[in-house]
Every structure is written in C-alpha cells, then in structure tokens.
Design a protein around this ligand. Structure first.
Ligand SMILES: *[C@@H]1O[C@H](CO)[C@@H](O)[C@H](O)[C@H]1NC(C)=O
Ligand SMILES: *[C@@H]1O[C@H](CO)[C@@H](O)[C@H](O)[C@H]1NC(C)=O
Ligand SMILES: *[C@@H]1O[C@H](CO)[C@@H](O)[C@H](O)[C@H]1NC(C)=O
Length: 278
C-alpha cells in the first residue's frame, strides 16, 4: 500500500515536471517566434554610378512583413528617410527628394520576410550606411553602400628588352578580395606574376598585378579584376603605340583618318570634274 503510494507520487511528480518542461519549451519557442532577427548583408555593396543595387535584409525566421512598417533611412541625411513602407505602400511625403522614384521594396517578397531595398541609378552621393528598421519587432540592422570606389589603372613601364613592355595594373576599393586576369587583344588569357593584395584600414582590398608582354603579338591588353561572389567585374584596356606611331610621334588612327579624308576629297573633286565635262 505504502509503496504503491510512493510510486504514484513520483509518477505524478514526473508527469508534472514533464508538463513543466513542455510548457517551458513552448513558451521559449513562442518567445523567439515573436522576436525574429533582422539580418542584413555584412559585405559592403559596391556599385558604380548608374548601377542599380539591392541592399539586402531579411527577417529570420522568415515571418511576413507585408503588413508591417519597414523604414529604410540613412542616418545623417536630412530628411533621413530613404524609403518608408507603410500600409502596403511608400510614404512619399517624408521621403528624401534625392531618392524620389529611385527606390523600391519587393512587395511579393515581404511576406517571406525579405525587406531588401533596391536603389536605381546609383549616384556618388548615395554612398553611406543605410539602416533598416522594423518598428513592430523593434529590430534594426545596417548595410553599407560604396559608390564608384572601385578603380582600375594600368600603366606601361619600359622594359630592358626590345619589343617587351611591362604592364602594371592596380585596382582599389574591393570587398571581398577579387582576382586579377590579363587578356590580350584576342581575349586570350596571359600568364602574369602573382597578384599582390593589400587590405586597407577601411577593410577594402587593393590588388596589383604585373605582366610582361611582347608588342609584336598584339597592341591592346586588358586587365580584368573580378569578384565572382558579388558578380563584380571592372576592366581597363591599354593600347600600346605601334612602331609607325613611335617613329612619327602621331597616333596611328590619325594617319589612317588623314589618308581616308584625302581619298574622299580626291573622289569629290574627280566627281565634280566629270559632271562639268558632261
Ligand atoms: C529579396 O528579394 C530580391 C528580389 O527578388 C532578391 O534579389 C534578393 O536576393 C532577396 N533577398 C533575400 C535575402 O532573399
Ligand atoms: C570566376 O568566374 C570566372 C568566369 O565565370 C571563372 O573563369 C573563374 O575561374 C572564377 N574564379 C573563381 C575564383 O572562382
Ligand atoms: C552576373 O552578371 C552577369 C552579367 O552582368 C549576369 O549575366 C549573371 O546572371 C550574373 N550572375 C549572378 C549570379 O547574379
């Protein structure tokens, strides 16, 4: 009798603890379901003036933001509102005029928690830190936009050997680290020395690469810098002056143009003379 009582007491206690545990688990999950995280891309977005760019942010877990207010701002701007989405549409009245008709959220994506903002025809003045804020969940996160910071320069250096030229390509303002390729005028890959990489205090990478080429083979060379993950490519082509040019000091295309012009003039004079004779 006594022992069976003890058994039932411990069974009840176990059941109670089990229920408590389930209850705690459920409220823990409920708590986190109500408190999604707002996650924005950590990598700075790099764009050239005129590009369209997507500043990427999403709610995790992907709860719907369709009926929420989504505020995109740029702290320090006056007014700071870049795009405020409320009651399913953009609030035009408070939008900073420099972003007028240049922003959009993806309305179909909002229900999957994707609150990314697209900026069309990026300007140099768009560069900065953008803040995304969702008041209903009191969550905010930032994403950085760099505009026109990527440059590629190629310089020609003289080489000791005749007919050989050393080309030096340098490109700044990258994130993440890009790769550098050299191509000749026909688009063939050239083998270059190792790429030198330096990371600046702003976290951006500067890369440089040198290649030795023979003028005889081609007279245009392209340095292509690319980042596959962010799908960014920048390139610069250098046209080497050929022998005629070096000899006369006049660029080759001027010579060609002059010859063509003289021919056209001669033809016109000839045509006029023929007409007069008739
Ligand atoms: C959000 O939607 C846009 C447009 O469809 C897409 O380009 C972007 O990758 C999406 N972002 C996320 C985090 O899913
Ligand atoms: C990047 O993409 C190009 C072209 O698609 C490819 O040739 C190259 O190997 C890729 N580089 C890396 C590091 O994946
Ligand atoms: C990368 O860019 C090229 C050309 O701009 C485009 O064709 C390609 O679809 C892009 N790839 C991705 C993954 O965005």
């Amino acid at each position: 009798m006594e022992s069976s009582d003890r058994v039932s007491v411990s069974a009840v206690t176990a059941l109670f603890l089990h229920h408590m545990f389930i209850h705690l688990m459920l409220s823990y999950e409920a708590h986190f379901a109500e408190q999604p995280q707002l996650i924005c891309s950590h990598q700075p977005n790099i764009a050239q003036p005129g590009d369209d760019v997507i500043l990427s942010c999403r709610l995790d877990p992907p709860i719907s933001a369709s009926s929420e207010t989504v505020e995109w701002t740029r702290p320090g701007l006056d007014p700071e509102y870049v795009h405020v989405h409320q009651d399913g549409r953009l609030l035009h009245q408070i939008q900073n005029p420099s972003y007028s008709r240049r922003t959009r959220l993806f309305v179909d994506e909002l229900e999957h928690g994707n609150v990314s903002m697209k900026i069309f025809k990026v300007k140099l003045s768009d560069e900065g830190t953008y803040r995304c804020f969702i008041p209903s969940v009191q969550k905010e996160a930032s994403v950085q936009l760099l505009v026109g910071s990527v440059s590629v320069t190629v310089i020609e250096e003289t080489s000791g050997e005749s007919g050989e030229v050393v080309l030096d390509c340098k490109s700044k303002g990258w994130y993440p680290e890009p790769e550098v390729l050299w191509l000749d005028g026909e688009g063939n890959l050239l083998s270059a020395g190792p790429t030198e990489t330096v990371r600046g205090p702003d976290d951006l990478y500067t890369v440089s690469s040198r290649v030795t080429v023979e003028k005889r083979h081609s007279n245009s060379f392209t340095c292509r810098v690319q980042q596959n993950k962010t799908n960014q490519t920048r390139e610069r082509t250098i046209y080497l002056l050929d022998e005629i040019t070096v000899a006369t000091g006049v660029p080759a295309h001027w010579i060609v143009l002059t010859v063509i012009t003289v021919f056209i003039l001669l033809f016109l004079i000839f045509a006029c003379l023929m007409k007069r004779k008739q």
